[in-house]
Design a binder for this molecule. Structure first.
Ligand code: PAF
Length: 280
């Protein structure tokens, strides 16, 4: 497995592979890899001749009061995991290699980023779109893999790729959960023992919503209200949002029918966690 830091190195290797007729899969990550990332890398491994994992904690997608400085990092562990999973190349640039001093172009989007996470993280999706567009341009993969836990991010990336005619197939992969249901996230590492236990209200609320939908409930308010009550029964939990939205536009819906997304962001103590379920 190669490990490279410059745009030039990853680009020339990827071009070489394409010249040989090999397909390339890209798994973009911010590092501190867990079983959720591993599932993306495994899928990329199964579906492509060559697999690139990017590890870049993208400063542009963090707001000034957010956790860029404390975001967990462990390149040695990440490299070992990528090697074990059969990745061919890790791209881990320094911020200066991605954004030089004169950098001033951004990928911005209307509508989809205006709801859910975009409301409380106003600069987030501009940073995500910009870095993902750059990574897709640098690697020029045939396939790119993203987790469904960040469902709004996935919808936004699909929209961006369609709008900008980027020649790549985007794959969304299911949420990977801990044995007790907590959705895997690099930010789970911030939780104390007590908070870790309290964080189970997110996946329990997801299960509740799914069960109500399976019983035939399609009115968003009737799905969301019991979920809200359940989350609010946990004293350490504070809801940022809990909403049902159209699965493509991310706009609120009152009646839940496919494609739809029921998504939440909940603070457990100071840690903001996401969970969701999709109706396809
Ligand atoms: O989901 C993430 O880890 C990041 O938002 C991504 C897609 C790697 C862009 O920095």
């Amino acid at each position: 497995m190669q490990s490279v830091k410059t745009v030039q190195d990853v680009r020339s290797q990827s071009k070489e592979w394409k010249k040989q007729g090999l397909s390339v899969g890209l798994v973009p990550t911010m590092g501190y890899l867990h079983a959720g990332h591993a599932s993306l890398i495994r899928r990329a491994r199964a579906e492509n001749d060559r697999v690139v994992v990017s590890i870049f904690c993208n400063p542009m997608q963090f707001g000034p009061a957010e956790d860029l400085a404390s975001y967990p990092r462990d390149l040695a562990h990440d490299s070992a995991l990528c090697q074990e999973l059969g990745a061919d190349l890790i791209f881990h640039p320094e911020p200066s290699a991605m954004y030089d001093a004169a950098f001033c172009s951004f990928v911005d989007m209307n509508i989809l980023p205006a709801t859910l996470c975009g409301k409380s993280r106003p600069v987030h999706f501009r940073g995500v779109c910009t870095v993902v567009a750059k990574l897709l341009n640098i690697v020029q993969p045939d396939n790119a893999y993203f987790g469904q836990k960040d469902a709004q991010q996935l919808a936004i990336i699909r929209r961006m790729v369609a709008d900008l005619n980027i020649d790549v197939t985007i794959h969304g992969c299911p949420i990977v959960r801990e044995h007790d249901g907590l959705a895997m996230s690099s930010r789970n590492t911030y939780l104390s023992g007590e908070e870790r236990q309290a964080a189970l209200v997110l996946s329990q609320a997801v299960q509740l919503g799914q069960a109500l939908f399976a019983q035939g409930e399609t009115r968003a308010a009737n799905l969301l209200e019991p979920m809200r009550k359940h989350i609010e029964s946990q004293p350490l939990a504070r809801i940022d949002y809990l909403q049902a939205v159209d699965g493509l536009t991310m706009q609120p819906i009152s009646s839940v029918c496919a494609p739809a997304l029921v998504a939440m962001a909940v603070y457990i103590g100071k840690t903001r966690l996401l969970d969701n379920f999709i109706i396809e």
